[in-house]
Design a protein around this ligand. Sequence first.
Ligand SMILES: Cc1cc2nc3c(=O)[nH]c(=O)nc-3n(C[C@H](O)[C@H](O)[C@H](O)COP(=O)(O)OP(=O)(O)OC[C@H]3O[C@@H](n4cnc5c(N)ncnc54)[C@H](O)[C@@H]3O)c2cc1C
Length: 384
Amino acid sequence: MAGKSMDAEVLVLGVGSMGAATCLSLARRGVSVLGVDAYSIPNQRASHHGTTRMMRLSYYEHPSYVALLKEAWDLWRALEQECGASLLNQTGALYFGHPDGALIRGTLQAAEQHDLPHQLLQDDALHRAFPAFSVPEDCVGVLDERAGYVYSEHAVKTIANRAVAYGARLVQDCPIETIEYEEDHIVFIAQSGERFHAKHLVVTAGAGASATSLGVLPCSVEVTRQALGWFDVLPGQDDPAQNLPCWAMEASALNASNPGLLYGFPARGDVPQLKAALHLPGAVVDAHTPLTSEASALQPVEMAMRSLLPELSGKLSHHEVCRYTNSSDGHFRIGRHAEKPNTTVATGFSGHGFKFVPVMGEILAELCLEGGSTRPIDFLNLYR
Ligand SMILES: Cc1cc2nc3c(=O)[nH]c(=O)nc-3n(C[C@H](O)[C@H](O)[C@H](O)COP(=O)(O)OP(=O)(O)OC[C@H]3O[C@@H](n4cnc5c(N)ncnc54)[C@H](O)[C@@H]3O)c2cc1C
């Protein structure tokens, strides 16, 4: 079908976290871009809902993420300036665990290797600095000073609006069901029957990319359900709840048989409850079936909150459910598809991708337009 007129140079499949940023990065470079999302932008079925996402730099998961995080931090601040929006709230993040556990060891390694501002706090010093937390005696704390949280849905909307201001065209409520590769371009067929034509594809469909009918992922990922809870602040305790940092703690520090990482957010004026969750892949689910949130899923988190913040944390007042898209090793998978022409894939954000959004937009724009990235992303290779 040579000479077929294109709807855009690049079609971005999924305008959620990574997709909105990719649309902006491409549109800013003057590229004609069409972003298509199955639902609204932002939306409650995607992995970005639930108001806030933690942003931290002393990354225990792998020190190689830190260079990307430093850039992401600066890009979040630049976006705030450019859009006149408040997106990133710096509160610091406090990590608790055994000194020889993966969280504390990994956090200190990343902080020391990359010269990040941090404090190691033990015993009385930990209690004096953060009296609201009641942690087991054998736990230490590390304060990651360059940390806080991002308003996730607000950020997706702000970035998408900015992309439109730069000329991107965004289509909502339009699930793409089939993708066909023609000789010199790609055809996207929506559930409605509508067809779109573009030269390049960037796959940022989150959990939706795992649909076998799309056939766009060269690696396997597992989609899981994840519960999020909001806890009332006990009467008369508003001030200490507002002054907390974000926090994370190895669940095994409370009970040796508990897997995963408990984490939470302060109760600020705009989010007046304490939010907390368990970072551990839950039950496997499919990408699109609506999920029903169940309070019982938050029981371990509720117990942990009572023990960790005994003077502050009251009853579970609200809960939601969201999806992780997990890679086999918990690290992102990004790169050009080896078998599909002009196709760039970003997947496997495994419950920790949001903080990278603006730098991921830049990386995906580079991969799409130039076939490679100037950023240090070898450790995230799609085919590793
Ligand atoms: C409960 C929870 C807590 C988290 N906490 C943190 C945190 O504290 N810090 C952090 O950094 N990260 C966190 N994350 C992870 C982070 O939110 C995700 O890694 C990130 O949102 C993934 O972005 P994405 O662009 O891949 O997916 P999404 O943001 O879900 O975007 C994918 C988009 O694709 C669309 N789509 C899907 N299929 C199709 C289709 N067929 N056609 C068209 N459009 C389609 C969807 O509608 C959606 O809008 C958390 C995630 C969850 C679920």
